[in-house]
Design a protein around this ligand. Structure first.
Ligand code: GDP
Ligand code: MG
Length: 441
């Protein structure tokens, strides 16, 4: 598995301080193989690996992780982003019933999914109506009725014996029926074919035009593998859709189709179905799918633990130093770098209670400022960093020359350091910012 191979790569790379081109290449090779094994489409694999390599090159070397772990972390983050980041929620209509239309190949799992979704919505207090607009297969209406009954959700279907039904007319009539009977959500099941087919696309497009869905969901079998891209693209061109539902995740497919589709279409995967029971259904979780595709849940756990341990160590060290009053310029720099690692300063501080007063300052915080501060601090002697009170006028001039900055920049930094130390000491005495990694508290 990828985990085993990466464990070997980790062994080879352990102890190296820098993310070298060779490190990146070695890890990227393993990622490539893993994605292909997960049945991700080749062009998607290529583009993805190239993007990861590009980002890894620009990445600052982490102190908490070894280079391979760092690349894997980037891979994971990129995967989660492509797979949709945070799960997107269904959009409900502001007035009148919300219309959800399902499209996809025959056997993808649409009819089963219609009932699963109906049950899920019902549990959230909505009042769904299922609509049988698949009149292609003789048994299709009955299958939806059986499933609807199991979900306890009514099914709107053409009257039996009414001759050959017109799925577009049924779909259109279902909206009036939903309004009349006060159902707030309509789920339209449609027909599929075994392969992409012009007539099927036209019918789906006609149903779409008749019911004006708030959401069109493309339902796709996770086992479809390499065909995912062509099928997803054909439905996008022929019908269009807002989100993707992945079915049959209980099979042994690693879910590469999810990545292929999300990456090619840019549409988020919204729901996942993993079994034939109506309750085998949930919102899609990009992070879980990312580890499934890479088959490296244990590796991610290791990475998280390593980072947590590192952060806790740093925070404890800083807190100890603050209490004993010997917080130095080295610590100051380290703290700033820690904070930058966590994301934009204003975002983080905005999440902390009581930090609102600093928000303006923080929103104007320039990330490059840390590089400038770093240059200045690195031009100081160890003694000066440990005891900033030593830094007199002539030392300031020397430090300014050494770092290519102005004396006024050095003055400002030293002033800021003393100010920050004062502020942080008072925070530390007042209980600080508890549990915030990388921040003194
Ligand atoms: P449709 O043609 O798109 O409407 O697909 P169906 O809903 O009729 O499903 C086709 C087959 O796949 C049926 O036998 C379902 O029981 C089965 N199926 C649907 N979803 C899942 C799933 O998540 N896991 C498994 N194992 N089978 C599923
Ligand atoms: Mg069906």
């Amino acid at each position: 598995t990828l985990s085993d191979r990466l464990a070997d790569t980790f062994k080879n790379l352990r102890g190296k301080g820098r993310l070298s081109e060779a490190d990146i290449d070695a890890t990227a090779r393993e990622i490539r193989i893993a994605l292909l094994e997960a049945d991700v489409a080749l062009p998607v694999v290529k583009e993805f690996v190239a993007a990861v390599k590009e980002r890894a090159r620009g990445e600052e070397v982490s102190q908490a992780l070894n280079p391979a772990q760092q690349v894997v972390k980037i891979v994971n983050e990129e995967l989660v982003t492509i797979l949709g980041g945070e799960t997107r929620r269904l959009r409900y209509a502001k007035t009148g019933p919300t219309v959800i239309m399902l499209a996809g190949l025959q056997g993808a799992g649409k009819t089963t999914l219609a009932a699963k979704l109906a049950l899920w919505l019902k549990e959230q207090g909505r009042t769904p109506l299922l609509v049988a607009a698949d009149l292609q297969r003789p048994n299709a209406v009955n299958q939806l009725q059986v499933n609807g009954e199991r979900a306890g959700v009514p099914v709107f279907a053409p009257e039996p014996g009414n001759g050959v039904g017109d799925p577009v007319a049924v779909a259109r009539a279902s909206i009036d029926e939903a309004k009349r009977t006060l159902h707030d959500t309509v789920i339209v099941d449609t027909a599929g074919r075994l392969g992409v087919d012009a007539e099927m696309m036209k019918q789906a497009a006609d149903i779409r035009d008749a019911v004006q869905p708030d959401e069109i969901l493309f339902v796709v079998d996770a086992m479809i593998g390499q065909d995912a891209v062509t099928t997803a693209q054909a439905f996008l061109d022929g019908v269009g859709y807002d989100g993707v539902v992945l079915t049959k995740l209980d099979g042994d497919a690693r879910g590469g189709a999810a990545l292929s589709i999300a990456s090619i279409t840019g549409k988020p995967v919204m729901f996942a179905s993993a079994g034939e029971k109506l309750t085998d259904f949930d919102l899609f979780h990009p992070d879980r799918m990312a580890s499934r595709i890479l088959d490296m849940g244990d590796v991610m756990t290791l990475i998280e633990q390593a980072e947590k341990a590192f952060d806790a160590e740093q925070a404890a060290k800083a807190a100890g130093k603050l209490q004993s009053g010997d917080f130095t310029l080295d610590d100051f720099l380290e703290q700033m770098q820690q904070v930058r690692k966590l994301g934009s300063m204003s975002k983080i501080m905005g999440m902390l209670p009581g930090m609102g007063q600093f928000r303006d300052q923080l929103e104007n915080f320039d990330e490059r400022e840390i590089d400038r501060i770093q240059a200045i601090i690195q031009s100081m002697t160890p003694a000066e960093r440990a005891n900033p009170k030593l830094i007199d006028g002539s030392r300031r001039a020397r430090i300014a020359r050494g770092s290519g900055r102005q004396v006024s920049d050095v003055n400002q930094l030293v002033d800021r350091f003393f100010e920050a130390r004062k502020m942080m000491m008072s925070l530390a005495q007042g209980g600080g910012i508890p549990g915030m990694p990388g921040l003194p508290g």
